[in-house]
Ligand binder design. Structure first.
Ligand code: CA
Ligand code: CA
Length: 168
């Protein structure tokens, strides 16, 4: 939890630095706003912000394709192509805001990750409906039997308009 400030002050979340003006001192008093503050704190600490959910595409000829990299434990790591398929790709693409078809690539088609990069995820078996790639069943962070030449990739179609690429 954070600490209260007066007036139109804010509420500092556990992570520090985050602030929102949800508190208003006045006739209704602090308690009436407490629920709203709790909601905001909840949103900040929700799984959507949890480490391990961030993905990016690297090495493609555009922003809609590339080697899949996941951020976990302070490092961008790759995903193994074992059992990698279009359902897994769909989760990655939808997470990145693409709404069209999704295609899996294997065998480090977009180049292998650096030798210093971890291979974070292996044997992914997404149903295709997960919000985040890291939610899909897998062996566990960093548990794998792979090499970087097996790095998984995706080709995504249908970028949202505000993504800057227009429809394709
Ligand atoms: Ca493989
Ligand atoms: Ca494997």
């Amino acid at each position: 939890r954070g600490r209260r400030e007066g007036g139109w002050g804010g509420w500092y979340g556990r992570g520090g630095g985050w602030k929102v003006g949800v508190e208003r001192a006045g006739e209704n008093g602090w308690e009436d706003w407490k629920g709203l503050v709790d909601l905001c704190v909840c949103l900040v600490s929700s799984p959507a912000r949890a480490e391990g959910n961030a993905v990016r595409l690297v090495g493609g000829s555009s922003g809609s394709e590339g080697r899949v990299e996941v951020f976990y434990n302070g490092a961008w790591g790759t995903v193994c192509d074992d059992s990698w398929n279009d359902l897994n790709a769909r989760v990655v693409c939808q997470q990145l805001g693409f709404f069209g078809n999704s295609y899996a690539t294997s065998g480090s088609q977009f180049g292998p990750g650096a030798s210093t990069q971890p291979i974070w995820l292996d044997d992914m078996t997404c149903a295709g409906t997960e919000d985040y790639l890291s939610s899909c069943p897998n062996r566990g962070w960093g548990v794998h039997n792979c090499f970087h030449w097996e790095d998984a990739g995706v080709i995504c179609r249908g970028k949202e308009i505000w993504g800057g690429e227009g429809r394709r």
